[in-house]
Design a binder for this molecule. Sequence first.
Ligand SMILES: [Zn+2]
Ligand SMILES: [Zn+2]
Length: 387
Amino acid sequence: MEIKQQVANSANELVSLYRDFHTHPELGFKEYRSQKKIIDYFTNLGLKPRKIASTGVVAELKGTKPGKTVLLRSDMDALPVTEETGLSFASETFGIMHACGHDGHMAMLMVAAKMLTAMKDEIPGTIKFLFQPNEEDAGAHKVVKEGVMHSPEVDSVFGLHLWSQCPLGQIDIVDGPQMAASYYFNLKIKGHGGHAGFAHESTDPVFISSLIIQAVQGIQTREVNALDPAVIMFTQMNAGTSTTTIPEAAELTGSIRFLYADGKSLFKRFEHVISHICAAYGAEYELEFKKGNALLSNHPETAALVRTAAAEVVGPEQVTTKIRTMAGEDFSEYLAHATGTFAFVGFNNSKKGIVYPHHHPKFTIDEDALVIGTELHIRAALKLLKG
Ligand SMILES: [Zn+2]
Ligand SMILES: [Zn+2]
């Protein structure tokens, strides 16, 4: 039977898997129920699934012919969001919701694995199915550390995200930078406290913080090429205890994101501005950076192959190359070890009121996108093995 027809025949199974995951969301590294469900499913397929990175799952399908190894990846985790969709299969766990689409990702990769297993005799090489925990906080680090890219060595990787900014029926795959590198910073400005009435006897960290927040915004607009997207965002400030006292210190946190290859030079400029403003006003500072996600940049050769797969799924006119985003994605960790590509599968559908962005309490997907993503997994795997 033709792949498209087989996937269409699995539509009910896809929806029921998706809805079951949706009803039972689990936070990162706590995906125990999801892990068990996936392990049971793969065991029934006759594969030998094993646990990885605590709550993840990896399983291999060896084709009957020798060849390359391709890894297909789904994430698993939900978010600390209280669901307001009113769906009949809404979250039964208060305060936790699959508001990013990872429930659909698991369902699609499971059904894709089932169909690829049935096609085993036509598969040249090995397909690794990876269900990765804790995507929302860079869980891929742990999975890579535990050796997912080795034995057998992975030649190329493919992953997808159901994407709210993309309409149902479209698949978007760009060459090069697609999702931003994200780093987090903690900045402590250390001044000298005192009475608000005679500030000249103090070094006011609140005032100095305000200068820094303003000044670093000039880095993106005056020091970085306007065609290289960069964001420096302060998201949290803590200082002071009363209306009459200048505090000793102010603490600021935030994130730096960039969508171009050598964006790390931003860190140096960021600290340069901070150090000079602090010096000018007699304060000291402590600055720490924490890595979130590396830049997700698609390899043009595999992107071209996956676009040919996508054209077979939705038709060539529905394959676009326009979505780049300042959101991060830890799929970049796999791309640091092998060639590969990440795709956005559209599900936005205003006719059904499916218009809410990822992480929103009313986030829902159009279930018609599930067959599209499943078929894309299957066709991408076959192209990458043969390409
Ligand atoms: Zn998310
Ligand atoms: Zn996500």
